[in-house]
Design a binder for this molecule. Structure first.
Ligand code: NAD
Length: 511
């Protein structure tokens, strides 16, 4: 089905809006013809940009390594002042950054503002963290000895990020890495250069304001070749890479081959189990936001619904009704809930997945059609789809980065958990139930095998206070809150002898 009913701003309007936001932030646009800043709202290019050259990337890493030498010995609470100042500037320019996220990633206004809020939140967290980088003291087996564990900065952190959280993922890594005493070189997605320029500019301003070295952070603009430079450069101690499992599969072994560290945040294939006792009003709201929100382009997007057979028809009816009413279109319009897909390629991937799902026995219950606009033929607006499946087939086990929700049914909780865990990815999961035993079993070691396990809430929309990340092909990394900071530091074990005897461990005698 194709509808011609999307009214959109012009590319010229969007170009002006982006340039105005960049001007207010104070970011310079490196004009050139290496690649284009683009908007999925109309599917058109905004203007040409100059990419960072290989030699410039090399120099940026050298300078970041040099800056590390002073930054690592700057007291952590002083480093926290940088995060505090960045948070202030983010607050001041919240609307500007949200504009850029909407223009480049197509997020609806409230989600774009939410992404900037997440950046502010992690800055607040990092300020507190700067006074809480705890080591510990361990009881020594030797008299007159103290055993301790201390944490030290790692070095240069290479951040590679994806288009769909073009600024928040950078801030999770950068705010925490900076207070940990590391310096950062960032290679954002080639699809979102403008928000990267703006974020990077605000950090440079913050560094200047608090007297931090200018080279604590550098931005590399361009495609994956620049990411590969971070991957292969021995001066980069940690590569924190967010993106597809395909990318992680390439990055992980290459960094490991040079004994560097990685923090991988890769694809998800997230599911919600809906039990017979579930509050269906709550479930419908949570499911629709998690599955259709961000046009299905979150790593935590709900992609599989595992519903008890007794309530499946009722729930599916309510969901299809809600889906038919979803306002699709210009993400700058307050009433819009579903903006564009990032590209025509993403739309084609969705169409292919639906074709495969049908061939594998599925029935498309709602959605899947394209919405077009007379003024923007290259824009990719789609109707979020719900597909009923008899079995968890190959297409269901893959992450399709678009709004396709597969519905499967179950009879026992064991069966639901088996279906739930029988995918290669392990990012986010949830159960809707009012039965405490069921909820606890889903949360327990015999339940969900994901890094994020929720009850009576959808799979997406995490808070920064908890550690974020997932298992299996999602990569095993943890970012953001809790004690994720340890990934950005190295522990040292110290044995301090304050006696006059040289006592050897394990009662070994020598000399
Ligand atoms: P992508 O893998 O195409 O690109 C991500 C980044 O990696 C880009 O900056 C790209 O230039 C770079 N890159 C690609 N190949 C590389 C290589 N071989 N070496 C070095 N760098 C390389 O991902 P995308 O399409 O931008 O984003 C969508 C994907 O990201 C989805 O799979 C989504 O689930 C995932 N994602 C995961 C998380 C998470 O926290 N788990 C968060 C956001 C997005």
């Amino acid at each position: 089905m194709t509808g011609t009913d999307v009214t959109l701003p012009t590319t010229e309007d969007l170009r002006e809006r982006a340039l105005a936001a960049l001007r207010r932030v104070g970011a310079e646009v490196p004009e050139g013809s290496d690649f284009a800043a683009r908007t999925p709202i109309t599917g058109e290019d905004l203007f040409g940009l100059r990419a960072t050259t290989g030699a410039e990337a090399d120099e940026a890493i050298r300078r970041a390594a040099e800056a590390f030498r002073t930054w690592r010995v700057t007291p952590a609470p002083r480093r926290g002042e940088l995060a505090r100042r960045l948070g202030e500037l983010l607050r001041e320019h919240k609307g500007d950054l949200a504009d850029l996220i909407t223009v480049e990633a197509g997020k609806i206004r409230s989600e774009a503002l939410g992404e900037v809020q997440e950046m502010i939140d992690i800055c607040d967290f990092a300020v507190g963290l700067s006074r809480q980088l705890y080591g510990r003291t361990i009881a020594s087996e030797r008299p007159g000895h103290r055993l301790a564990e201390t944490w030290h900065p790692l070095g240069v952190v290479g951040v590679i990020s994806a288009f769909n959280f073009p600024a928040a993922v950078w801030s999770w890594n950068t705010a925490v890495a900076l207070v940990c005493g590391d310096t950062v070189v960032w290679k954002p997605s080639e699809l979102t250069p403008l928000i990267s320029l703006a974020s990077s500019r605000l950090l440079a301003r913050a560094a200047q304001d608090v007297g931090a070295p200018a080279d604590v952070h550098a931005l590399l603009l361009g495609d994956r070749d620049l990411g590969e430079r971070l991957v292969d450069d021995r001066r980069v101690a940690l590569v924190s890479a967010t993106g597809s499992t395909r990318m992680g599969r390439e990055v992980g072994p290459r960094v490991a081959a040079r004994f560097g560290r990685t923090l991988l945040e890769l694809g998800g294939n997230n599911a919600a189990v809906v039990a017979p006792s579930a509050d269906l009003d709550l479930a419908v709201q949570g499911i629709v936001f998690a599955a259709a929100g961000t046009a299905g382009q979150r790593c935590t997007t709900l992609r599989r619904l595992i519903v008890h057979r007794d309530i499946a028809d009722t729930l599916v009816d309510r969901l299809t009704t809600a889906y038919r009413k979803l306002p699709i279109g210009d993400p700058f319009e307050d009433s819009t809930l579903v903006g564009p897909l990032i590209s025509e390629g993403a739309r084609q991937t969705m169409e292919d997945a639906l074709t495969r799902a049908r061939a594998e026995g599925g029935t498309v219950l709602v959605g899947g059609g394209r919405r077009t606009s007379g003024t923007a033929p290259r824009a990719a607006y789609v109707e979020p789809a719900i597909v009923r499946m008899e079995q968890q087939t190959d297409v269901v086990r893959e992450e399709t980065f678009a709004p396709v929700l597969y519905v499967l049914t179950y009879d026992t909780l064991e069966e639901a958990v088996d279906l739930h865990n029988d995918v290669p990815q392990g990012l986010s999961s949830s159960i809707f139930t009012r039965d405490q035993q069921e909820a606890e079993r889903f949360l327990s070691a015999e339940g969900s095998d994901c890094g994020i396990v929720n009850v009576n809430i959808g799979t997406s929309g995490a808070e920064i206070g908890g550690a974020f990340g997932g298992e299996k092909e999602t990569g095993g990394g943890r970012e953001s809150g809790s004690d994720s900071w340890r990934a950005y530091m190295r522990p040292a074990t110290n044995t301090i002898n304050y006696s006059s005897e040289l006592a050897l461990a394990q009662n070994v005698s020598f000399l």
